[in-house]
Design a protein around this ligand. Structure first.
Ligand SMILES: Cc1cc2nc3c(=O)[nH]c(=O)nc-3n(C[C@H](O)[C@H](O)[C@H](O)COP(=O)(O)O)c2cc1C
Length: 177
């Protein structure tokens, strides 16, 4: 699973961050992402009141902070103060992003779907921003520079990405009749 950090402002305007592995890109037109949250999380409660969030992609260097964001609750802790990371108000949505993380999406909540143990919050991506030093020649983030974290759900460990394997939508063509 990918490791994403969701940024929100609570009722008092305190910035909060929560780690999710249940995140996915789910539509291209309009551009949408989904995050699956349990009702017990503070972020769930916040999103019911303030319908905006950021999706921040931590790099390997921030694995410890991302893990902490997933074991502490903003109900009782100030996660930015505890880690020394910096919340910055998005220009576009009512949510903070994590300045030190290299890549983030700015989303407004457009759908909420109760699924059972989890609720899928679907956000429309209004913009995405990346540090210049993680951009590749194409102008898009280069995954080997970004160094995102992978969460192994079965073994409860984080890993970095491995190396290049092949071109998507190309390497499978050999097997196509
Ligand atoms: C690697 C990892 C992945 C997680 N993924 C999810 C998830 O997809 N959905 C969820 O509800 N909680 C998930 N959690 C747990 C929440 O991050 C945790 O309950 C957190 O304390 C909620 O923060 P909040 O109360 O400030 O919103 C995950 C935790 C970790 C460490």
């Amino acid at each position: 699973m990918p490791v994403w950090v969701i940024g929100t402002y609570d009722r008092e305007g305190k910035p909060n961050v929560m780690t999710v592995a249940g995140g996915m890109a789910c539509c291209r037109k309009p551009p949408l992402v989904g995050i699956a949250l349990r009702e017990a999380t503070y972020t769930y409660q916040i999103l019911k009141e303030r319908p905006a969030f950021t999706v921040n992609i931590p790099s390997e260097a921030y694995a410890k902070e991302a893990d902490y964001f997933g074991i502490a609750s903003g109900r009782t802790e100030d996660k930015f103060a505890a880690t020394g990371l910096t919340p910055v108000r998005s220009d576009l949505v009512d949510a903070p992003y994590v300045e030190e993380f290299p890549f983030f999406l700015e989303c407004r909540l457009v759908h909420t779907i109760e699924l059972g143990s989890h609720t899928l919050f679907i956000g429309e991506i209004l913009d995405l921003k990346a540090d210049e030093d993680v951009l590749g020649e194409t102008g898009f983030p280069d995954i080997e520079k970004l160094k995102p974290l992978i969460f192994d759900y079965g073994n409860l460990i984080y890993q970095g990405i491995g190396g290049y394997l092949g071109k998507a939508f190309v390497m499978g063509k050999e097997l196509k009749k």
